[in-house]
Design a protein around this ligand. Structure first.
Ligand code: ADP
Ligand code: MG
Length: 305
């Protein structure tokens, strides 16, 4: 669906190497997160696909088409939601979507446009000028605009930045739905819980280089083997009550809550020690390590090289 080989880009201004020999391949039907800190090169990559930034080197194949030879055909396959919000503000919401359809040569698209407006809670704003929309509405309009021609590959560049939680949730549902209907999706984000919830595969980019590309589960397995174990008690406890757990360096989170980090293989041992010492707990929680921890580990490893 998308094949990127040895893609490089240095911005003359500031002599910034934004992309350094990036290669990746996305299969049809995947839902991929492209993660990276600010300045990692995510938008540069997406803007090259969108034709807004010229690459220095490398090849980009979208579907069966080479971006250098057949840009218009690649545009039909791609739906891109840019990070920057730019509309022709003199047009209304409805007009913007109609114009975008016409750009793709689709004359009769009103039914689908109305559907998109409804799903993105914009129906009431159909005749409103885009200028007057709230930030969240503009973001949703950008998404509708990227979808009018029913692209097979949808790429969203930080679509939830600055968007409130409720709206984010409804956007997640919408993306899930599109994915289930067969759209391949690449989601760029620095909200890790977003990637964690939605995507099956995670690509991490750091300083213009891909430093990880694997299934979410595998990434978490190799790097995220630690879990946080928490035990709750009905009565007040002291750390010395848990001398039999010293090797796990537990801490009292409060007088009735004990916490410790442990590798998943050791969890059974923790509970064995507790029951052997006849300690009764009222509740417990085991939380797997978050993607965020994995992400930070990887980035730190990379900068220590
Ligand atoms: N138009 C530009 N001119 C000069 N430098 C740029 C431009 N756009 C981005 N950069 C620089 O390129 C690097 C990558 O930026 P960007 O692709 O926007 O990263 P991200 O989207 O991951 O935050 C950053 O160092 C950024 O400052
Ligand atoms: Mg960006």
């Amino acid at each position: 669906m998308l094949e990127i080989k040895n893609l490089s880009k240095t911005y003359k201004k500031g002599n910034v190497k934004a992309l350094d020999n990036v290669s990746l391949s996305i299969n049809e039907g995947e839902f991929v997160a492209l993660l990276g800190q600010n300045g990692a090169g995510k938008s540069t990559l997406i803007n090259i696909l969108a034709g807004n930034v010229t690459k220095d080197n490398g090849t980009v194949i979208v579907g069966d088409y080479n971006l250098d030879k057949n840009e218009l055909e690649t545009k039909k396959i791609l739906g891109i939601v840019p990070q920057e919000i730019t509309f022709d503000f003199v047009f209304s919401v409805g007009e913007i979507l109609k114009n975008q359809s016409l750009y793709f040569g689709i004359k009769e698209n009103q039914k689908y446009i109305d559907e998109l407006l409804a799903t993105l809670s914009l129906s009431e704003k159909k005749d409103a000028k885009s200028r007057g929309l709230s930030g969240g509405m503009k973001r949703r309009l950008l998404i509708a605009k990227a979808l009018v021609h029913r692209p097979k590959l949808l790429i969203l560049d930080e679509p939830t930045a600055g968007v409130d939680i409720e709206l984010r949730r409804s956007l997640y549902d919408f993306l899930n739905q599109l994915h289930q209907q067969g759209t391949t999706i690449i989601l760029t984000t620095h909200y890790l819980e977003e990637a964690e919830k939605l995507c099956d595969r995670i690509i991490i980019i750091n300083e213009g280089k891909i430093i990880a590309d694997d299934s979410k589960n595998k990434l978490m397995d190799t790097l995220g083997n630690e879990a946080m174990v928490e035990l709750n008690f009905d009565n007040k406890k002291e750390l010395s009550d848990f001398h039999f757990l010293t090797s796990y360096s537990p801490v009292m989170k409060n007088s009735k809550t004990l916490q410790m980090k442990a590798s998943k293989q050791n969890i059974a041992d923790i509970f064995y020690r507790i029951s052997s010492n006849k300690v009764k707990f009222s509740n417990f929680k085991i939380e797997p390590q978050k993607l965020e921890d994995v992400f930070l580990t990887l980035i730190n490893d990379e900068s220590n090289k």
